[in-house]
Design a protein around this ligand. Structure first.
Ligand SMILES: [Zn+2]
Length: 243
């Protein structure tokens, strides 16, 4: 099939030649792909500004030999309009996009759960549904869970002894009991572990009532946990302003 349609979130764009761009897209049905948008940098481009990072679009693509070619674009939701005016929202959105690219390891591999998490996080961010830091941390935790790296918040991740436990191991799978704890383990407060559990399961009522200290501690643990499991941290994460 030479021509196909799909929905996608624009993750990234790169210049190509005089007027074109390579667009990294997270598509709903075809996973992460790279496609060429011809003439997109011309002022009278038929694509307008619809192929910018965070754009949620409906596309028609032509399957090329190496890269696919974007032939039509219609906007589904223009998150960029809401997000680009606020530094914190914009850097948060970019961390989500960068993480999405890292969580989709191979191109052309459908990843519907990850796709839905990205759209949901960008929408919550654009509509200011919750605090942007909480949205980012919930997104990161759930993406880790979908990727098979869900940290344990109560049960010991080594011996499965029921918790809650005092220790949290980044190199292990989260909570560890005092018998199993490695030499380097964090000791988050019970409130922080509760917040992380709430964010992972979408218990927003509990999450929004969390205090700034727990949020700060949770963000630090999630960033470190993510860095360990993705083997290197997100470049954009340190730019996000936290509490
Ligand atoms: Zn144990």
């Amino acid at each position: 099939m030479a021509v196909y349609r799909d929905q996608a979130v624009v993750l990234r764009t790169q210049k190509l030649g005089e007027a074109d761009r390579i667009i990294t897209l997270f598509t709903k049905e075809h996973g992460r792909i790279k496609a060429v948008a011809k003439g997109v940098r011309r002022t009278k481009s038929k694509f307008g500004a619809r192929l910018e990072p965070t754009s949620y679009v409906d596309l028609q693509l032509f399957a090329g030999k190496s890269l696919d070619i974007v032939t039509e674009v219609a906007s589904i939701e223009n998150f960029g309009e809401e997000l680009s005016g606020d530094y914190k929202d914009w850097t948060t959105a970019n961390s989500i996009l960068e993480a999405a690219e890292r969580f989709t390891e191979n191109e052309h591999e459908p990843a519907l759960q990850q796709f839905n998490l990205v759209v949901g996080a960008l929408r919550a961010l654009a509509h200011k549904t919750y605090d942007s830091s909480l949205i980012l941390d919930a997104y990161l935790l759930r993406s880790l869970a979908v990727a098979g790296f869900a940290p344990s918040m109560t049960v010991c991740s080594r011996c499965e002894k029921p918790g809650p436990h005092k220790y949290f191991s980044l190199v292990g799978g989260g909570s560890v009991c005092s018998d199993c704890k490695p030499s380097a383990a964090a000791t988050p407060t019970p409130e922080t572990l509760q917040l992380m559990a709430d964010l992972m399961t979408g218990e927003w009522v509990g999450a929004v009532e969390s205090d700034p200290k727990s949020r700060r501690e949770a963000s630090g643990l999630i960033a470190a946990y993510l860095q360990w499991h993705l083997e290197r941290g997100l470049r954009s994460l340190p730019l996000v302003e936290r509490i």
